[in-house]
Design a binder for this molecule. Structure first.
Ligand code: R5P
Length: 310
């Protein structure tokens, strides 16, 4: 069996440390240098030759810095004769750029996938891509986990006798339905249209939310524009209470404080992205055990999909 070697980029050291603790392997050191011309250089400070190398890097702010760092780390591992280079990307931010929905725009999700492969990545492990087709942007194998198991375990501790799961848009309704099935709940979805990064319109909610305890489920909360628009519709339609859950809690522009100041009962996310602030309404669930289990299975050539099926 080839030895496993786990390295972490600078995006989320706490998650890397937690994953290594679950795997019971040491985190290998990395030296990152920035030159006067602003270029980066990475040195993996542990032997990679014929090792099964895992590089953990979440593409969170500053995304471009963390992306280049990941590309350089993959290149360094390949150049050091790694047997296999696995990129573990808990949050693949460029997944939101997945279609040509305006003239002459770039499709970053596909381009970054190609860049990773060009840099030497042989395999990707990631979590809740914004849309399922992004999986197919990669020309190498991708293990695509979700956090529905963790989120469902959290909400099973609540009184769900009057609850309904609501997806803000039809695109995420399939995942919301899978989540609702796990909890034995009905599902509803918003008819959402995004005008810009800061403006969305939810014209209607398809499904019954009146008098219900709503669990809003989304892949990510960024500025919170989507959730705030959905909260307006839910109030108009007489929802009794609203809890908000997502995989990627990015909380740009003070979205966490704003959301916590609203009438939502709780906010639940995972630690796929590092969180700078805390709040009494916020619960952060760890995806480290799931990622560590997947890494272990990939390393041992065991099935991953059987563990994390939808
Ligand atoms: C978009 O389609 C996603 O599913 C999320 O709803 C979106 O990324 C959230 O962004 P924001 O919080 O800025 O509305």
């Amino acid at each position: 069996m080839r030895e496993i070697a786990v390295f972490g980029g600078s995006s989320h050291p706490e998650l890397t440390a937690e994953i290594c603790a679950h795997l019971r392997v040491p985190q290998r050191p990395v030296l990152l240098k920035r030159f006067a011309n602003d270029c980066l250089e990475v040195q993996l400070q542990s032997n990679c030759r014929e090792r099964d190398v895992f590089i953990i890097q979440s593409l969170v702010r500053p995304v471009q810095e963390h992306l280049v760092e990941l590309l350089l780390m993959a290149d360094a591992a390949r150049g050091a004769s790694a047997a296999r280079v696995n990129a573990v990307i808990p949050h693949y931010a460029y997944a939101r750029s997945d279609k040509k929905d305006a003239p002459r725009i770039s499709i970053g999700g596909r381009l970054v996938a190609d860049l990773l492969v060009t840099a030497g990545v042989d395999r990707v492990l990631t979590l809740n891509l914004h849309s399922p087709q992004v999986h197919g942007f990669f020309s190498v194998p991708v293990d695509h986990l979700h956090a529905l198991r963790e989120l469902a375990a959290h909400f099973r501790q609540r009184d769900l006798s009057n609850a309904v799961v609501v997806s803000p848009d039809l695109g995420y309704a399939k995942s919301a339905a899978a989540f609702a099935r796990r909890l034995g709940l009905p599902v509803a979805a918003g008819a959402k249209e995004r005008m810009s990064d800061t403006e969305v319109r939810i014209a209607a909610i398809i499904g019954d939310v009146a008098g219900r305890d709503v669990i809003v489920l989304d892949d990510e909360i960024s500025r919170g524009t989507t959730v705030f628009e959905l909260l307006d519709r839910l109030r108009e339609q007489g929802a009794r209470s609203v809890a908000v859950a997502c995989t990627h809690g990015l909380f740009a522009d003070n979205a966490l404080d704003k959301l916590a100041a609203s009438d939502v009962t709780e906010i639940v996310c995972t630690n796929s992205a590092p969180l700078e602030t805390e709040h009494s309404k916020l619960t952060v669930l760890s995806v480290a055990p799931a990622l560590a289990e997947a890494i272990s299975r990939i390393h041992n050539g065991e099935s991953v999909s059987s563990l994390f099926d939808h």
